[in-house]
Design a protein around this ligand. Structure first.
Ligand code: FES
Length: 106
């Protein structure tokens, strides 16, 4: 096993996600991970554009390859509790799209 069981990437420096409060989503996820006692197993990182602009704030969990779109800070508790602790992705928040870029045209 590597240093972490899971990585959570939050798009915070692309063109559209930051305007949708993705930095608050990042902070809420990081806080929830610490509060859940998962700090040594789950790493929450900032990410640049994930190629899904307009569907954010965008979050992806690896190695699960589970994507979440339109995430709000208030969703952090569910993502951490249901997905990262219990292993069940939060279906209501799940982002499913064709492979590759799925940017909403500007
Ligand atoms: S700006 Fe977040 S996916 Fe592109």
């Amino acid at each position: 096993m590597g240093q972490y069981q899971r990585h959570v990437f939050v798009c915070t420096s692309g063109k559209t996600c930051p305007t949708q409060d993705s930095k608050d989503v990042f902070s809420a996820l990081r806080t929830a991970v610490v509060e859940a006692g998962l700090k040594d197993r789950v790493r929450v990182n900032h990410a640049g554009c994930l190629g899904q602009c307009g569907h954010g704030p965008m979050v992806v969990v690896y190695p699960d390859d589970v994507w979440y779109g339109g995430v709000r800070p208030a969703d952090a508790g569910r993502i951490v509790g249901e997905h990262l602790q219990q292993g069940h992705p939060v279906e209501a928040l799940r982002y499913v799209a064709p492979p590759g870029d799925n940017k909403v045209p500007e």
